[in-house]
Design a protein around this ligand. Structure first.
Ligand SMILES: NC(=O)c1ccc[n+]([C@@H]2O[C@H](COP(=O)([O-])OP(=O)(O)OC[C@H]3O[C@@H](n4cnc5c(N)ncnc54)[C@H](OP(=O)(O)O)[C@@H]3O)[C@@H](O)[C@H]2O)c1
Length: 286
């Protein structure tokens, strides 16, 4: 399989992959300031010198609301740098695994979104990722795009950790109950990536899109409530509507991802979201 380079190595998914591949010298991790993914010369030199065979591209501008006010930076990081990495991978006969998002969807389907469903992102962040997805396919680099949704983990900042903190700080929480999606424990996504990589040598894909999240659906309110219940916190949670919680970036109202294709193609596991959430809370409690 050769050497694997993970960009965004200090982000949620990057740190999760680090933890799960600790001791394996084939896995190399970088983040800012070591290698800026916008620095094409630095990325090219690194891939060539290290003889990288696969780039797992997790680095991104992920502040979805802030993205609305600085679109140039967002496109530079999420689109242009990603396409530059795709060209570098192609030049070096390496695979590119690009992590994308459910925010490429408008969210108007009342069924799980298939990889083949039309995209109509509502935000700068979603558009920047969608342009990267299509650009990667045009470049024709080997590898896949993995769309995921509502990522949480023991690492970094995420919704689950924010709810745990706010429950200790506030008398009650108000959480949006009309946006429906599928949460993803970064541990399950990282395991899927680890399981898929060896298969990319025998199953050649060229920017083919696959969905990965935990199984089942919920609202942000359901996720908050389940988190506090599992953590034994008594802080009450009240449902509110999206209209009652205005944000700079619009989000899809229904962006549940169908996982049938990734399960059939690579045989990866997609555990139920409640089981994976319970596992995370056990980890955090240790
Ligand atoms: N979080 C979610 O709910 C979610 C949902 C769907 C898809 N995704 C996608 O999944 C992937 C992993 O997400 P995550 O939650 O692990 O993100 P994250 O925690 O925000 O990590 C992203 C990492 O990329 C780094 N980065 C940003 N700009 C960079 C640059 N120019 N050069 C090098 N590194 C740079 C960030 O550094 P700084 O912190 O210093 O900026 C950060 O360490 C991302 O591609 C994201 O778009 C996330």
């Amino acid at each position: 399989m050769g050497k694997i380079w993970v960009t965004g190595g200090n982000g949620q998914l990057g740190l999760q992959l680090r933890a799960m591949t600790a001791g394996n010298k084939d896995w190399l991790f970088t983040d800012l300031p070591e290698i800026d993914i916008c620095d094409a010369a630095a990325c090219r030199a690194w891939v060539t010198e290290q003889r990288i065979r696969t780039i797992v591209h997790c680095a991104a501008y992920t502040a979805v609301d802030r993205a609305e006010s600085e679109p140039e930076t967002v496109y530079r990081v999420n689109t242009q740098a990603t396409l530059q990495l795709a060209r570098i991978a192609l030049e070096n006969q390496a695979n590119l695994v690009f992590i994308s998002t459910d925010y490429v969807f408008e969210g108007n389907l009342n069924r799980p979104c298939l990889e083949s469903d039309p995209c109509a992102p509502l935000s700068v962040y979603g558009r920047s990722k969608r342009e990267a997805e299509t650009g990667i396919q045009q470049i024709g680099v080997r590898g896949i795009t993995l769309r995921t949704s509502w990522l949480y983990s023991a690492y970094g900042n995420n919704f689950v950790k924010t709810m745990l903190r706010l429950a200790d700080e506030r008398p009650a929480l108000q959480v949006v109950s009309d946006q429906i999606g599928s949460p993803t424990h970064a541990k399950d996504l990282a395991q899927a990536i680890i399981d898929i990589l060896p298969q990319l040598d025998t199953k050649p894909f060229f920017g083919e899109i696959f969905h990965f999240s935990n199984e089942g659906t919920c609202s942000w309110y359901d996720l908050a409530k389940a988190t506090l219940e599992l953590a034994g916190k008594t802080c009450p949670v009240h449902p509110i509507t999206t209209a009652q919680y205005p944000t700079a970036a619009a989000r899809p109202m229904h962006s549940v991802l169908s996982k049938e294709k990734i399960r059939k193609t690579f045989g990866v596991k997609t555990p139920q979201w409640q089981e994976s959430l319970a596992e995370l809370l056990q980890t955090l409690a240790q």
